[in-house]
Design a protein around this ligand. Structure first.
Ligand SMILES: *Cc1c(COP(=O)(O)O)cnc(C)c1O
Length: 370
């Protein structure tokens, strides 16, 4: 080699990879390493369906079904979708990344909202595309602000509905308007990780849009309401061309056997999902009421359709102090200064007695006690 002089001493990552801030997962221990009750990752406080737990035993020596056939068939039946239009992922995270990678690259733009899911930023940068951040409207998604950022370089738009970490929700009319405002060659990814928690009458029309248009991909997951976060099972549906792209680049055995079997069984346990929804609706309402009663101390809950609530601390008690005080009381919630939200904490809706303890702790702290 003639150019050894000018070469690096070690492999150099691509500059767009070096610019990535790695995903920060919700923690389960305090600063001292002591285990805490975890309300920081939007997991299901009711755990996992007993039917899914019973389906766990599998032969680990064999590769899983690469096409998750049984699971896709069941999902298709449940949602009225041709199973050929369903692609499974190692969590929906994998599918979000593949959507960006399949349709965007260096020189292209990927749009998502400020206070959006941090995986979108990673997904955009991973493929070398330029992230473009749309301003929010009081922590909610502002369709007009987002559409104003569309250029001829825009390739992908990510929207979570409900959104994480804000919990905010775009009704059907707004989702329709957003889609109608996008050029046909822009891929709209609608991330429905929390769809199971949305009341049926509030359907945002995302699934119907994905069925009717070439440029809409919906992603779903078993990680939240289904209580299977540890098994890493997500799925996506959209037009044949979109599904073909994702199938071309996904990992060949991307959903382990155990996860496939557990997800299949979980779909049969409609009672478990119903219980999770009811628990969440009731406990979320109770928590939001309690936060409202602390309004004179500057606490404010962003309206949520999900299984968590973002609370703003705009008075003497800061989000950081509340985070520390709750950790002292045995609870870990999500503080998000890295996402531009040093003034807020995100609370996953947990068991009733845990929510009571959290509210009691906030009341004490807001009242000037440690
Ligand atoms: C939790 C979450 C997901 C789910 O990720 P998985 O990889 O399926 O566990 C996707 N999108 C959003 C907005 C989330 O909050």
């Amino acid at each position: 080699m003639s150019d050894t002089q000018t070469r690096s001493r070690a492999p150099e990552p691509k500059p767009w990879i070096e610019a990535i801030q790695a995903y920060v997962p919700g923690k389960s221990t305090g600063a001292d390493g002591k285990p805490l009750i975890k309300l920081s990752a939007n997991e299901n406080p009711l755990g996992t369906s007993p039917l899914a737990l019973a389906a766990r035993a599998q032969g680990p020596a064999l590769y899983p079904d690469p096409d998750s056939k049984a699971l896709r068939a069941k999902l298709g039946e449940l949602h009225g979708i041709d199973p050929a239009l369903i692609v499974m992922g190692t969590g929906s995270d994998e599918l979000l990344n593949l959507a960006a990678q399949g349709y965007a690259g260096p020189g292209d733009e990927v749009i998502y909202v400020r206070y959006g899911f941090s995986v979108y930023d990673i997904a955009a940068r991973r493929c070398g595309a330029t992230p473009v951040v749309a301003p929010d409207a009081d922590y909610g998604t502002d369709v007009d602000a987002l559409l104003a950022l569309v250029t001829e370089r825009t390739r992908v738009v990510f929207i979570a509905n409900p959104n994480n970490p804000t919990g905010s929700f775009l009704p059907k009319g707004e989702i329709t308007r957003l889609h109608a405002g996008l050029p046909a060659d822009v891929l709209l990814v609608l991330d429905l990780a929390y769809a199971e928690y949305v009341a049926a009458e509030d359907d945002d029309g995302a699934m119907a849009l994905a069925a009717a248009h070439e440029n809409v991909l919906v992603t779903r997951t078993f990680s939240k309401a289904y209580g299977l976060a540890g098994e890493r099972i997500g799925w996506a549906t959209g037009a044949p061309g979109l599904v073909a792209t994702l199938n071309r680049i996904r990992g060949p055995f991307n959903v382990p056997s155990t996860g496939q079997a557990m997800a299949l069984a979980a779909l049969d346990d409609t009672g478990f999902i119903e219980a999770a929804r009811t628990h969440n609706r009731d406990e979320r309402a109770r928590f939001v009421n309690a936060i409202e009663s602390l309004g004179n101390h500057g606490l404010r809950a962003v309206p949520s359709e999900a299984n968590f609530v973002l609370v703003l601390f705009e008075g003497a008690l800061t989000a950081e102090a509340a985070f520390d005080g709750l950790a002292e009381r045995g609870y870990i919630v999500r503080w998000l200064p890295g996402q531009g939200l040093p003034q807020a904490l995100r609370f996953t809706i947990g068991k009733a007695h845990d929510m009571d303890a959290i509210v009691a702790g906030l009341q004490e702290m807001a009242g000037g006690h440690r």
